[in-house]
Design a protein around this ligand. Structure first.
Ligand code: SF4
Length: 330
């Protein structure tokens, strides 16, 4: 798209500052980079950035679209990739997981509640932590090199500006009480994300050597990573690529306005089934996972069966945690 075409397009945009700013910034950022890697998931945020990029990209910008297949993807998401390829006349490269979610969960353990909770519980399990230990007894001398996990468990992490301890177990209502009364009887781990996503992305970037990586992250989505990111753009250090999140500041309403204007069609997960988000089917880090599986059962029952097989212990543990909170409500 030439500069004149871009200026003409911007005049037709809805009167929405996030959209106009987002498009203008995206154009400027893409203009300053030559090799851009864009992660595509088949989800609505990813559809939005793909359209944004295809709409505003300068003619001389080389873009590689890549989809990381975790082995637990909706067929509807995969169909969406084919639709996107046709709509924009692009190729989306599919990369398979180093270890699928099923394999990683079998080998290392299953996620529970969130990736940070899974990571800390997993470290404590590795060190054969006695969940009933008090803070005085559970010293690093007793358990070896897992001080940060012990600090997390005993709420000794430093407080943030809001006064709430950052990434400590205290962020989750009564979780330590629950875990100490009901120690997990299955292996907990966040390794599936590493083997199914992070490592594959790392290898893709090492081969493709982008100078810019674009993702559809939004601040409104929250989560552990969002908490450590401050703006839509981060400059790469030590010859690492820059990172750009074109819809970082967009709200759900901004996204909806953009969708209407651009005539986007999300995957059937959203348009037909009425889901609000996608990703790995039934990921236990999604608090609505079990409710979503009930919806998905009508459309992709085999996937639901697979998710229940892989994550069943985590779902049961979460249900027990919810009941524990209800029974012990103060
Ligand atoms: S999104 Fe959930 S299920 Fe998928 S790889 Fe990450 S932690 Fe595992």
């Amino acid at each position: 798209m030439t500069e004149t075409e871009f200026e003409t397009l911007i005049k037709t945009a809805p009167p929405n500052l996030s959209i106009v700013d987002g498009m203008t910034k995206a154009r400027a950022v893409l203009s300053q980079h030559r090799r851009v890697a864009v992660s595509v998931s088949g989800g609505s945020d990813s559809d939005t950035i793909l359209d944004l990029i295809e709409t505003v990209k300068p003619d001389d910008c080389e873009i590689a679209y890549v989809f990381f297949d975790t082995g637990l993807e909706y067929a509807a998401s995969k169909h969406q990739l084919e639709y996107l390829e046709m709509r924009y006349d692009i190729k989306i490269e599919r990369r398979r997981a180093k270890k699928t979610v099923a394999v990683a969960c079998r080998e290392y353990g299953v996620p529970f509640i969130s990736k940070d909770v899974s990571s800390y519980l997993s470290r404590l399990q590795t060190h054969k932590f006695d969940w009933r230990d008090s803070a005085e007894i559970a010293t690093p001398e007793k358990y070896g090199a897992c001080k940060s996990a012990l600090d997390w468990y005993f709420d000794r992490r430093s407080a943030s500006a809001t006064g709430k301890a950052m990434f400590s177990i205290g962020r989750y209502n009564m979780l330590r009480d629950f875990v100490s009364a009901n120690p997990p009887t299955f292996a907990v781990s966040d390794k599936c994300c590493y083997y199914a996503k992070k490592r594959v992305a790392y290898e893709f970037n090492r081969e493709y050597k982008p100078d810019l990586i674009v993702t559809g992250m939004r601040r409104a989505e929250g989560g552990r990573r969002a908490g450590s990111i401050k703006t839509c753009f981060s400059q790469g250090k030590n010859s690492e690529p820059d990172n750009y999140r074109p819809i970082w500041y967009w709200t759900d309403a901004d996204k909806a306005a953009y969708k209407d204007w651009r005539g986007l069609r999300y995957s059937d997960c959203y348009e037909v089934w009425g889901m609000k988000r996608t990703g790995c089917v039934g990921c236990p880090c999604n608090s609505a996972a079990e409710r979503e599986l009930e919806i998905v059962e009508q459309y992709e029952p085999q996937l639901v069966k697979a998710a229940r097989n892989i994550f069943g212990a985590s779902y049961e543990y979460r249900t027990a945690y919810t009941e524990f909170k209800q029974q012990n409500r103060k």
